[in-house]
Design a protein around this ligand. Structure first.
Ligand SMILES: NC(=O)c1ccc[n+]([C@@H]2O[C@H](COP(=O)([O-])OP(=O)(O)OC[C@H]3O[C@@H](n4cnc5c(N)ncnc54)[C@H](OP(=O)(O)O)[C@@H]3O)[C@@H](O)[C@H]2O)c1
Length: 295
């Protein structure tokens, strides 16, 4: 039996990792925060020493981007110290660590999709804490992969698609930011990509390591993403609002967001054969899942 530890199993990405179909012979262990608070670093070390695992996938994170601006220590604890401990423990055990990171490590001033080796320059505390986690992982365990993603959506927790569907029922007009670009990512598709990397890294000590990017295919803006969500919702007979484009400056938030969050997925395709499908293809199914989960 091959054992994989998945952290953050109650989160968007963690849930899909736990729920997906793994090959026969793979056992997933996914302790809840109540069973293992990762920021209890000695408990995390002890857990990994006790349970012999063959790989660790770490999507757990402090993800409250705006709150991080004031909760600096909490963000760095979860996003930098925890990955450092996981890297050390997995290196000592000689097993791979697959870590999830973010587009927020970039400042978003570039006009093209970011390549994996583009300079990191976070705009806020959350991005800085995730950048620190990336260094901890790549320096701490040579058999590691850092997979950056962006604009994650699923039928669980809170995310842009769920928010738009909810507000769409409540409001007649919706103002949505039209000057931030990115590509939505289905948590389930990201989970499949993480599984592909993990299974290959476990099987092959020479499998590619380092930084990868995964998001679904097709750049858009939050405004145009909302328009696509409401198109699908309308076709399903839901009430939809009138949509108005606004600028980032019209919607101030405590943490600055990158204007360009597009990630080049060329490396994950080249090294692992992962080809992200267009996000527009998966949107109707996701909306069905959200409506079913809410019913
Ligand atoms: N969401 C996005 O749009 C987005 C974009 C780019 C990158 N990412 C990255 O993608 C990854 C997954 O994001 P997500 O949207 O799935 O996050 P999420 O839904 O917020 O889930 C975070 C998970 O981490 C767990 N966690 C946090 N602190 C913990 C602790 N001290 N001990 C144990 N568990 C802890 C949470 O547990 P509880 O349920 O107990 O809180 C939850 O299961 C993260 O690394 C994030 O930085 C996300």
């Amino acid at each position: 039996m091959t054992v994989i530890l998945v952290t953050g199993g109650s989160g968007q990405v963690g849930h899909e990792l736990v729920a997906r179909h793994w090959p026969a012979g793979v056992e997933i262990i996914a302790p809840s925060r109540a069973e293992l608070d990762l920021t209890d670093l000695s408990a995390t070390k002890a857990f990994l020493a006790d349970r012999k695992v063959d790989a660790v996938i770490n999507p757990a994170a402090y993800t409250a981007v705006d709150k991080a601006e004031t909760e600096v220590a909490a963000a760095f604890e979860t996003n930098a110290l925890v990955p450092a401990v996981l890297a050390e423990a997995t290196r000592d055990a000689g097993v791979p660590l697959i870590h999830v990171s973010t587009d927020y490590v970039f400042d978003g001033t570039g006009s093209e999709p970011y390549e994996v080796d583009a300079p990191v320059r976070p705009l806020g505390v959350y991005g800085a804490s995730k950048a620190a986690g990336e260094y901890a992982v790549t320096l701490g365990n040579p058999r590691s992969a850092v997979v950056r993603t962006a604009w994650v959506v699923s039928a669980r927790r809170s995310n842009f698609v769920k928010t738009m569907l909810r507000y769409g029922q409540e409001r007649d007009v919706m103002k949505v930011v039209a000057d931030q670009r990115g590509a939505p990512t289905f948590a389930a598709d990201l989970a499949d990509a993480l599984a592909t990397i993990t299974l290959r890294m476990m099987a092959d000590k020479g499998a590619p390591t380092g930084v990868f990017h995964f998001s679904n295919d097709g750049g858009t803006t939050w405004h145009d993403f909302a328009a696509a969500i409401f198109d699908v919702a309308k076709a399903k007979g839901l009430k939809t609002p009138r949509l108005e484009p606004i600028g980032t400056t019209d919607y101030p938030t405590p943490a600055r967001r990158p204007a360009n969050s597009l990630l080049s997925t060329a490396r994950i395709t080249r090294d692992y054969g992962v080809r992200p499908r267009p996000w527009r293809d998966g949107l109707p199914q996701l909306i069905d899942d959200i409506l079913r989960t809410a019913a």
